[in-house]
Design a protein around this ligand. Structure first.
Ligand SMILES: Cc1cc2nc3c(=O)[nH]c(=O)nc-3n(C[C@H](O)[C@H](O)[C@H](O)COP(=O)(O)O)c2cc1C
Length: 181
């Protein structure tokens, strides 16, 4: 089973979540953990694709929101390609490869919108099997840190996703309903 986790992160919170998810997934299969800047456009070789990024302005980040983080909040240098731009270049798939998405959001105030839900819609349009619900992990303030317990939750989510993908690869495709809801 081949698994890839693609992430984007400015302050490192989403990266820490991505790493924890990868630890959980690795109970089932080796994981390639890559940034959106490094990620391949061709995903046909993978049996599970996991994508995550920070929620900016109610959705996936844009070059303008990343630039604003640098200018107004002293963020480290902005990444040149976030998950939005990467998904815009990913090749459609002919077989519905399982995919799941996650994001990070501030714990307070509770704002609408989600990078993970936006990424999930993009993956669906590209032909991926996105029956798993997207998941949000919470941070304190824009810079973090993560809320206590979120890394454990991320690892457990990775374990559950990996188990599901292993079942799919082994040929038991189930009844089409999510088992992570
Ligand atoms: C320009 C900008 C816009 C943001 N908009 C939202 C938002 O709409 N909703 C939200 O919950 N968090 C928002 N945030 C907070 C980010 O979600 C938070 O910075 C991110 O989860 C931290 O992850 P990172 O360390 O991986 O960059 C925003 C942050 C920035 C810089």
């Amino acid at each position: 089973m081949r698994v890839i986790v693609v992430f984007e992160s400015i302050w490192g919170n989403t990266e820490r979540v991505a790493r924890a998810i990868a630890v959980g997934l690795e109970r089932h299969a080796p994981v390639e953990l890559v940034t959106a800047e490094e990620a391949p456009m061709l995903l046909e070789p993978y049996d599970l694709v996991v994508v995550g990024g920070p929620t900016h302005a109610f959705s996936m980040s844009r070059p303008s929101t990343r630039a604003s983080a640098v200018q107004t909040r002293n963020a480290p240098a902005a990444v040149s390609r976030g998950i939005r731009e990467w998904l815009g270049e990913v090749c459609p798939v002919f077989y519905p490869i399982p995919a799941a998405t996650f994001d990070t959001k501030v714990v307070t105030p509770r704002l609408p919108g989600s990078a993970a839900k936006a990424a999930r819609s993009e993956l669906r349009a590209l032909g991926f099997d996105v029956r798993e619900p997207s998941t949000t992990f919470r941070v304190h303030g824009y810079e973090g840190p993560l809320v206590d317990g979120e890394l454990d939750r991320a690892e457990q989510w990775g374990v559950a996703l990996g188990a599901l993908a292993a079942t799919t690869v082994s040929g038991d495709h189930g009844d089409g309903e999510s088992s992570l809801a």
